[in-house]
Design a protein around this ligand. Sequence first.
Ligand code: SER
Length: 316
Amino acid sequence: MEKILVIGAAGQIGSELTLALRKVYGDANVFATDIKDAPKDVKKSGPFQIMDVMDDKRLIHFVIRYKITQIYLLAAVLSGNAERLPLQAWDINMRSLLNILDLAREVGINKVFWPSSIAVFGTTTPKTDTPQLTIMEPNTVYGISKLAGERWCEYYFNKHHLDVRSIRYPGLISYKTEAGGGTTDYAVEIFYDAIETGSYECFLKPDAALPMMFMPDAIRATIELMEADESKLTVHSGYNLSGISFSPAQLADEIKKIIPDFKITYKPDFRQAIAESWPKSIDDRVARNDWGWNHEYDLEKMSKIMIKEIKKKLDH
Ligand code: SER
C-alpha cells in the first residue's frame, strides 16, 4: 500500500493533485501538507497538516511515523516573485529539494515527484518546438533553480538509484486555486478580470506566445508519469510536456467569443523579459514515446470551462 506525502497541497497544483491522488490511492493514504491553510475539500477528504518543508527534522519524523513511500514536492517560489527576492527564492527552491532528495535516500522512499518548468530554457534556446535536449542557459532565478534542481534529481537517480520523476510544466491554467507570482499567471488573471470587470490590463505584450496547459491535463500527466513503468523512462531530469501554445492576444480573442465586450490593454513590465527568454512551443515527443503522454484540452475547450467555472465560483 502506497502512503503519499504531498508538500504544497494548498497551492495551484497541490490543491487539485491531492484530490486526484486520493481517488487513486485512497483518501487516508494521501497526506496533504502546506505552510498555509488548505482549501476545505483538501482538509475534509483526508489528512492535512501545516508543515514547513524547510523544517527537515519534522519532515523526517513525519515520513517515518506515517510510513510514507512516495513524496510529491510542490512547494516553490515562482518566476516573478523569485526576481523580487532572488536569494530567498533560491534558498527555498533549492533547500526544499535537497532536503527531500536526501531524506528520500536515507529513509528509502520509493518515488519522488518534483516539478520542473519551461523556465529551465533561456534566450539561447531554440524558441519553437523546443527539444528535450537543447541549449539551457536560463537567466531568471527561478529558471536557474529549476535547472540546478533537474541536475540534482538526475544525480540522485544515478548515484543513489532514487526514482525521481519530473515534468517541465508549461504555464498552468486553472480555476480552483490561483498560482501567484508567475509569468504565465496572466492567463489565469485574465479570466477573473474578464468576468468581474469586462477588461484586463496585461503585463505581457500581445504577441508574447508561451507554452500553456489546462490543469486537468497537467494532473493526469503527473499521475501517468508516476505510474509509468520505470524501465520505460529515459529521462531523469525533467520531461518536456506540451499542451497549448498561445499569446495574450489569441487568448483575448478566445475570451471575446464568449464575452463579446471584453477589452484587453497592455502594460508590459519586467515579466515581459522573462517571457521572451522562454520557448513559444515545446516538443514533447520523448514523453509521448516513453509513457504515452497525449494532451486533451485545446484553447477553446479550456476557455469555455474556465469561464463557466469562474462564473460559478464568483456567483455571477
Ligand atoms: N508558470 C511558472 C511561472 O510563470 C513557470 O513554471 O513562473
